[in-house]
Design a protein around this ligand. Structure first.
Ligand code: 5GP
Length: 194
């Protein structure tokens, strides 16, 4: 068989650690990588578009999808549900495309259990102080929600040893080069063994 099945890369990070910028750049610059679009029950932020940032579902639609096994993984985060539609991911993998996913720690570990060859990458902010200042500058949320995100960030960062790679995002360019090296390194291996 010459056809190569795609590979899954899961990125997790506290929000504000720069994960979205890294994923956007990987999708722009690395050929043949697709960013999986998750479903969520949380309301859209003002800049978010349906089908681009998320598929925005109501709780009934989300639960119906869980029931018919429509998610590769799903999790509850801050009282809202988030999940990865399984069919779109499988189509891309079968077509030989790599898939990059932005998941919380619970979701990343579910993917690893179901697809043990997936590569998990944790993005760390330089410090919690820096993370707090990035979240406040973004101005997208109330102080109460920012404090909840910071508490959760600490909990998630404590689990980074369960990941295959940890990147500290002090400088976006340097962090991107590390991510690109992980992706390309994996492709090199896959190419050699196929
Ligand atoms: P936000 O509301 O800031 O977009 O995302 C909140 C958290 O949900 C982030 O940690 C993000 O990585 C995570 N998340 C986004 N999509 C999914 C998904 O499909 N599954 C899981 N498990 N987590 C997700």
């Amino acid at each position: 068989m010459s056809a190569r099945r795609g590979h899954i890369f899961v990125l997790s990070a506290p929000s504000g650690a720069g994960k979205s910028s890294l994923i956007d750049r990987a999708v722009r610059e690395v050929p043949g990588i697709w960013h999986s679009v998750s479903a969520t029950t949380r309301p859209p932020r003002h800049y978010e578009k349906e089908g681009v940032h998320y598929f925005f579902l109501n709780p009934d639609e989300f639960h119906a999808r869980i029931k018919r096994n429509g998610f590769l993984e799903w999790a509850e985060v801050f009282g809202d549900h988030y999940g990865t539609p399984a069919d779109a991911v499988d189509r891309r993998l079968e077509a030989g495309e790599d898939v990059i996913m932005d998941l919380d720690v619970q979701g990343a570990l579910q993917v690893k259990r179901r697809r043990p060859d997936a590569t998990l990458v944790f993005i760390m902010p330089p410090s919690l102080e820096e993370l707090a200042s990035r979240l406040r500058k973004r101005g997208a949320e109330t102080e109460d929600r920012i404090l909840r995100r910071l508490a959760r960030a600490e909990e998630e960062m404590a689990q980074r040893s369960l990941y295959d790679h940890v990147i500290v995002n002090e400088d976006l360019d340097a962090a991107y080069r590390e991510l690109a090296a992980i992706i390309n390194g994996h492709r090199g291996k896959a190419g050699g063994g196929a």
